[in-house]
Design a protein around this ligand. Structure first.
Ligand code: HEC
Length: 141
């Protein structure tokens, strides 16, 4: 009996800890500084497809836009790690996984910036991958 009670307290404590570690892209999960590298990489590796007719970030032909409503529609309730994985494992389309892990993280940061999510104090780092599995992409507040 006593044992069962202690066990259930432990479970409660664990649940509470896990909940406290959940985050959102509104918390500032990348640094402004890393978006400079991210923007450069995006221009070199991604913009040719993910751009509109005027050459600005958007989409054309088979390439979806990865900003604004299209981004929210596709990615809301996914984690930042999910988004990172799709970019790394499938993009650039002709050469998936051809950049290094941190470069993909910098590109992820830049796409978050393009979608008007705020920068924070610390960069988005590949070392934080596990934590990023509980950082959720949410629609505008
Ligand atoms: C040669 C053209 C091309 C290049 C270059 C390219 N993409 Fe894509 N991208 C596509 C196409 C086509 C799709 C849709 C089909 C698919 O998901 O494979 C896509 C899909 C995506 C998606 C999923 C979008 C969604 O909302 O479903 C993301 C995110 C993405 N690209 C990001 C990038 C990033 C970041 C880069 C640069 C590292 C990049 N792409 C480079 C053509 C390209």
């Amino acid at each position: 009996m006593m044992r069962a009670t202690i066990f259930s307290y432990l479970c409660l404590a664990l649940t509470a800890t896990a909940a406290a570690e959940e985050g959102s892209v509104w918390d500032g999960v990348y640094s402004e500084e890393q978006t400079v590298a991210g923007a450069k990489l995006f221009a070199e590796q991604c913009l040719s497809c993910h751009s509109n007719k005027s050459g600005q970030v958007g989409g054309h032909g088979p390439s979806p836009s990865i900003i604004g409503e299209d981004f929210v529609f596709r990615w809301v309730d996914s984690s930042v790690a999910d988004f990172y994985d799709v970019i790394r494992q499938t993009m650039p389309q002709a050469a998936p996984n051809s950049l290094d892990a941190q470069q993909y993280a910098d590109i992820t940061a830049y796409v978050l910036k393009l979608n008007n999510y705020p920068a924070g104090e610390s960069p988005l780092r590949i070392e934080d991958y596990v934590a990023l599995q509980s950082v959720w992409i949410e629609a505008a507040q």
